[in-house]
Design a protein around this ligand. Sequence first.
Ligand code: NAI
Length: 343
Amino acid sequence: MSHKVTLIPGDGIGPEVTQATVRILEATGVKFEWESFAVGADAFEKHGEYIPKEVIESIERTHVALKGPVTTPVGGGFSSINVALRQKFELYANFRPIRNLPHIPTRYPDVDLIIVRENTESLYSGLEHEVVPGVVESLKIITEKASTRIAKFAFEYARKNQRKKIHAIHKANIMKLSDGLFLRCCRTVAKGFPEITYGEHIVDNTCMQLVMNPYQYDMLVMENLYGDILSDLCAAFVGGLGFVPSANLGDHCAIFEAVHGSAPDIAGKNLANPTALLRSSLLMLRHLNEFDASTQIRNALERVYRHPKKLTKDIGGQAGTSEFADAVIEEMDKAKAAPAAAH
Ligand code: NAI
């Protein structure tokens, strides 16, 4: 069987990290039919649209996309392609697992945390206006529907993956109505999952608790803005944004992408580290029920990370993007040749 996947290489380092990732994915033996498209400034030049309708139609058909970073112009031009795609396909859950890789020096070893961020509302609804000159109002929208949906997503994931604990993160002491509604929805959903310990922490305290002892948490679920901030904070536990994967999931479609940007300063130089997109593609493989292939790559990646010279220069190695991909594929081939030794 082959999987149809929409491929959005993006720009800057996007095409390099995407090509490395695709090569590694194909080396697992899983078959893919890639439907590849440009978006952003490149697409505008060719088609007069930042997100050509072919891209939308392709995702509607494949239901799955793997996306590289896209440059967003500052202070003008078009708005974020990522936000537009999330809205278009109602990708309401942003899912970010936080796990260490060997050889990346961090303050905390063996972190294993999952952040589930509501992706569609809160202060990201874009409802801002100037009431009178000098006074601006920005509306935070919280609905029962979206809060219940994200809480269910988190609890169902926890049940399916034997996670033990979920904390809802909030500021209901101040935003009594909006965050109060979010918490009420989480509590209602939690009742259906008695095997999972449910807790609630205020967002500012959570920041301090995380930095003091990240091991006290297992899964965190929260509204959009708190998720935006805490997911970057937690990325620092494992070395930064260059190492964390991300999935944007809806009921019908899913987009898997790295959270770093298009790094124009190193684009086209074979310097980019493809780890974040590769780890995002492991989430994609699991979404496609290709669990063996995901484990194959994860094990190979961890083995490559034990050899500092095989890593890319941003983390002190000597390899280029393509040599790094070669090293992962070589480790996969070795494991296939000696399966008993690999596990
Ligand atoms: P950036 O993440 O592109 O770069 C920050 C620094 O990290 C740079 O020094 C860069 O060389 C380095 N870096 C980033 N990814 C790397 C990788 N994979 N390997 C090695 N080094 C890496 O952030 P910046 O400069 O703020 O944004 C550049 C552009 O990317 C902007 O137009 C921004 O809007 C866009 N962007 C796109 C995102 C997406 O499409 N998902 C996410 C974030 C930013």
